[in-house]
Design a protein around this ligand. Structure first.
Ligand SMILES: Nc1ncnc2c1ncn2[C@@H]1O[C@H](COP(=O)(O)OP(=O)(O)O)[C@@H](O)[C@H]1O
Ligand SMILES: [Mg+2]
Length: 285
């Protein structure tokens, strides 16, 4: 399919005539609420209106990419393929509602049971695909679907395997010349003993021969696992801070445990003091 016309999409945009008065709401755009990298693509859409997002009916044959609007213009069908927890979240609904405001855009949200149960040739057809992984999402099927219909793919699907593994993310950042803390990987799944050599002392660890003085950070290799521990030096009283996915307003707890975890594979890295500033990056791979 020829996609050059899509580049002119912003020039073609026309607000829906029937849009309701705008109203600004406070929406959380963090990755937790929305998903990894859709934010950067649509966060700049400017006005707000309300509406419920209906899940599409895959048997509705009227949903064809050749759809035309009343004036004979091409309607772009944007397919949203992600887990329900993401697509039905409040911030995501807000983004999609804003997207629907464009006269030439029709949004269809793939139903979760269709994504999970049906073969990809039974998924709705779209011109433009927004699809991202979260727990339980069949990324391999999404890739098969993209190969089948060749839509304009917003989120790089293959890279979504990489962002599930902190080791791959770090090596990508490294190879692109992006600075990251000094780190070492303790890989307990490796059959090579050189990959999981750990020497532990009160105030430092040696991971595969590389020394990390406390404070240092210990991260599970799986990027889906947010149980990150920070170990304090004895001069600061020892113990560790256990970070986790926010529960209410709490995202960490102090533990008197000073020894590192002995099961699982981890990245060890230098602690970067930031005076409490948390830097976020929104990735469009
Ligand atoms: N090297 C580091 N130095 C200091 N704080 C860190 C370091 N790495 C992570 N953190 C803290 O831990 C939090 C979670 O780490 P991050 O790598 O962003 O994992 P997640 O995938 O769970 O968001 C960060 O927001 C930051 O506050
Ligand atoms: Mg983070």
């Amino acid at each position: 399919m020829e996609w050059t016309w899509l580049k002119d999409w912003w020039r073609l945009r026309k607000w829906r005539k029937d849009r309701r008065p705008s109203e600004v709401e406070s929406i959380c755009f963090c990755d937790e609420c929305i998903g990894n990298d859709i934010v950067g693509v649509f966060a700049y859409l400017s006005e707000v209106s309300h509406g419920d997002l209906e899940l599409c009916d895959p048997s509705d044959i009227s949903l064809s990419p050749q759809d035309m609007d009343d004036d004979g213009g091409k309607v772009v069908i944007v397919g949203v393929c992600a887990m329900e927890k993401k697509t039905q979240s409040k911030p995501m609904k807000e983004i999609l509602t804003r997207l629907q405001e464009f006269e030439y855009i029709k949004v269809i949200v793939f139903a979760e049971d269709v994504i999970l149960q049906k073969p990809v040739d039974e998924w709705p057809v779209c011109d433009c695909l927004i699809s991202f992984h979260s727990k339980g999402f069949p990324l391999d099927k999404a890739i098969q679907y993209a190969q089948l219909h060749n839509p304009y793919v917003i989120n790089n699907l293959h890279m979504q395997y990489d962002i599930q593994d902190r080791r791959k993310v770090y090596s990508t950042l490294d190879s692109e010349g992006i600075e990251i803390p000094r780190y070492a990987v303790l890989d307990r799944d490796s059959s090579n003993p050189n990959d999981h050599e750990l020497v532990e002392s009160e105030d430092h660890v040696e991971v595969n021969g590389i020394t990390f003085n406390k404070p240092f950070v210990e991260k599970p290799v799986s990027a889906e696992d947010h149980n990150i521990y920070i170990y304090y030096p004895t001069s600061a009283g020892g113990g560790s801070q256990r970070l986790f996915r926010k529960i209410g307003s709490r995202s960490s707890v102090y533990s008197p445990e000073s020894r590192v975890r002995k099961t699982g594979s981890f990245i060890y890295e230098d602690f970067m003091p930031t005076d409490g500033t948390d830097v976020k990056s929104i990735n469009k791979w």
